[in-house]
Write a protein that binds this ligand. Sequence first.
Ligand SMILES: [Zn+2]
Length: 584
Amino acid sequence: MGTTQSLLVGRVLTFAFLFFIVQVGIGPLAFAQTATTSIKVDQVGYLPDAPKIALLSASGSNPQNFLIKRTKDNSVAFQGKLSSAVHDPNSGDDVQAADFSGLREPGRYYVDVPSIGRSWNFEIGPNIYSRAYKMAMLGFYGQRCGTAVDLGPEFPGYKHPACHLKGEFHPSSGKSGERDNVGGWHDAGDYGRYVVNSGISTGSLLWAWELYGSKLKDIKLHSPESGNGTPDILNEARWNLEWMLKMQDDDGGVWQKQTSTHFSGFVMPEDDKLPSEVIGTGSEPYKSTCATADLAAVAAIAARVYKPYDPKFSERNWDAARKAWQWTEKNPNVAFKNPAGISTGEYGDSDCRDERIWAAAELWRTSGDAAYSDFFLKNYADFQPKLDAPAAEGWREVAPMGLWSYALANRKGSDASAIAAIRKSSIDVAKRIAQRTEADPYRVSLVAKDYIWGSNGVAASYGLQLLVANAFSPDPAFVNAAEDNLHYLLGRNTFSLSWVTQLGEHPYRYPHHRPSGADKNEEPWPGLLSGGPNAGRQDAVLAALPKDLPPARVYADDQGSYASNEIAINWQAALVFLLAGSLQ
Ligand SMILES: [Zn+2]
């Protein structure tokens, strides 16, 4: 599929197929397809000892009771009373809760509400998020650029030959000629690679490793490097790191991005023949401060993370981080704007102080060199209010990563009062978010203004923020609220939709993602998180939706809705972090 028209044909055929199996009514699939979207569950499931809540929005009726039934034989495992309905202004739904936290027996279940219907199937068990984590990481593998990709036997047909092999310097980079082009992840639904967005994405994966490495180290991913002695999450992150390192010029500065001059059509990556250009600011010093500081931060993390597995690679990262930092000292705020003739994503940012704060914290954490700590301590307090909530666009505002890292490092020679202040703010904010989440009818941390471009990434980032607070001061309320955001993403939302492709029985199906649109597979590439509802309506599909929709409903499972249904590595990384933190 590749055009809206053929997409629509595909959908009509799908509906016809579903109608057929419902009519015939055979097999477990047929059961699943009779589920009602009025009942919302985490379609992956719930941990045995965690709170377990399903939600119901059935306007006009007011059911009293619910049953939890075993999928295998429809026997009743639990029964309870629904809460009274609460109006949720963000979705417009009247929401009732079905609390079955008392059910701890591992197994596969569904919710049955007499007179309303049944939910999708879900599981209760200690290992339920393991596959979800692997699929989310597979999402990264599928974005690899400059190499052939094959998702393997679980997802046959999801593959393509090596792509974007021709790389060159665009005149705006201050250099000319061809260059090696292998490495990095395609950023999103397009085939560009952007250092700024790579920064927060790769940084979040490396953070997942630093906080949850003991749970992640033995998880084998579908990765060509699997079995090489390095944990697979680090193998995957390295694929992007190698490209980020190539984006550093000899003087230490880092070019903003490597993309074609304009977006390609909806073609497979190997069919995109537009040259991949290293793009700079167009005038001296050609590199940008935010990109350079982001590389400094990520390479500094990499220097400590890879040390036990590959000391040489660790050293390369340290040298790169140091040189990048020095470049930002000479060039503290070179902003980036697309030069003439370039129309791909800009990731523009006029204030690179927060990127430098993050870099300083990570360089300090790795080295203990007081110069970095001094810079951090002179500047961090301005950014403390940024801990209040995830930034609307996480790539633009990375100060929280810096503040948290300084406090988490707790190195000898740290400033104890700075650490105490950062910890206190982080914990106070997490308490407020957790209380608000528990009181929210959909039990999600998002407030009305959070339903922006990439709102699903904001939900995942609330999860990250809550889990970091839990690292400072363990509190089940923080963990429960983090899980609530995961439940929202995996189906407990107004659409009863899992926002990860091919995960759960009712996932979204039409991401704004070129390989999913261009290939011959019926289903999209697996493991990819959708951007989610976006009241900003910056595309024609959303603009055409009814004008009075509440913010949480401004979403379309439509390839054309890049503003609500694109995939992107930054929100994918926040999802991985949240899943990693949820593993038992
Ligand atoms: Zn590529």
